[in-house]
Design a protein around this ligand. Structure first.
Ligand code: SF4
Ligand code: SF4
Length: 343
């Protein structure tokens, strides 16, 4: 019997949703286990870093990596997996472009830690305890005395292709089971697109597969931008034509327009289309072009744009760390982190 191709599945700074999408393969998972030998998967199996280190270079057929690179440990692990793998796939928006956690690049590490441990309404931290590099854990009744060391954070979150060479990208937050399945079929049959491109999804915009596309006017103009938090979209009518910021025209298709079917505008998790340089730049120029400003005064145009309180979070929700614009805040030296981690 020939050996099954080896697969590794690693998570960097991940919310766990990408792992859920693996579980969502449901009965197709049996086929995955039958076809591949999973040699590393920290979320589900007790393999250690040393197990990967012992494998010969290039012996893993495919490494799927989700989550962005936030810690030194992530950086080391993706470099190790690159060395051991034939194909490396950035799985999900965080790994491909930085994702939602990448919005933290608007802030430096001190601001992130203060927000997380002192400010957010759901935190209870009366002694204002902040993380330290080393912590002594002493629980005499359980006979436990140990020194724990936190992994070192990086100044900003990085998509994995800023650290290693990536062969393919599977988009989504998380990727849908069908997109993942399509990508697995492409890998198994060798029917792969050019290196450095997306597998499993469409090469066309989401509008192309959206059932509401036929209600989208050819010349689309809107008088205002709306948010679903403030207004309820009419059913069966293009959301963008109603003024809701739907990212469908600038986003890759392949998810079967799942959010639109639930009457929710697309937020752009399938990311950039081939040939587009910057997702947010494309989105803002598109929205600027559909605002029907000809009869408007300057203050009305301003009001229309101000109705969206967080433009960066809207147009770069999944891709700030890979944006062409610089984001200096996260790159500033962080005082607290300098004291704790000497970085
Ligand atoms: S891409 Fe989405 S689902 Fe996957 S780890 Fe990032 S936030 Fe979670
Ligand atoms: S609802 Fe969104 S995805 Fe669907 S056609 Fe309109 S703009 Fe495109």
């Amino acid at each position: 019997m020939s050996e099954k191709p080896k697969v590794a599945w690693y998570w960097c700074a991940s919310c766990g949703g990408c792992e859920e999408s693996f579980v969502d393969l449901a009965e197709r998972l049996l086929k995955v286990f039958e076809t591949f030998d999973i040699v590393f998967c920290p979320v589900a199996m007790d393999f250690k870093r040393e197990d990967v280190e012992k494998l010969p270079d290039g012996s893993i057929a495919v490494s799927l990596i989700n989550g962005g690179i936030r810690m030194k440990e992530h950086e080391e692990m993706v470099k190790l997996l690159r060395k051991k793998s034939n194909i490396v796939i950035a799985y999900g928006a965080c790994s491909a472009w930085g994702g939602v956690p990448g919005l933290a690049n608007l802030y430096n590490l001190d601001e992130i830690v203060e927000r997380k441990y002192l400010e957010i309404p759901t935190i209870e931290n009366p002694k204002e305890i902040l993380p330290t590099k080393k912590t002594i854990v002493n629980i005499p009744e359980a006979k436990i005395k140990a020194e724990l060391e936190l992994p070192e954070p990086l100044p900003t979150l990085l998509p994995i292709d800023k650290v290693i060479d990536v062969d393919y990208y599977i988009p989504g937050c998380p990727p849908t089971p069908d997109v993942f399945w399509n990508a697995l079929q492409a890998l198994l049959t060798g029917n792969l697109p050019p290196k450095g491109t997306v597998i499993g999804a469409l090469q066309r915009s989401l509008c192309d597969e959206c059932l509401l596309n036929e209600t989208k006017p050819e010349k689309l103009l809107v008088k205002e931008f709306k948010r679903v938090e403030k207004a309820i979209p009419e059913p069966n009518k293009c959301l963008l034509a109603q003024g809701f910021l739907c990212m469908g025209p600038v986003t890759r298709g392949g998810c079967t327009a799942l959010c639109i079917k639930a009457n929710m505008p697309c937020t752009g998790c399938f990311g950039i289309l081939d040939g587009v340089v910057d997702y947010g730049g494309k989105a803002i120029s598109y929205f600027g072009s559909i605002l029907d400003y000809s009869p408007m005064e300057e203050k009305e145009i301003k009001k229309a744009f101000e109705s969206i309180p967080d433009w960066i979070g809207t147009i770069y929700r999944y891709s700030l760390p890979s944006a062409k614009l610089s984001h200096r805040a996260g790159l500033k030296r962080s005082k607290l982190m300098k004291e704790v981690f000497e970085i």
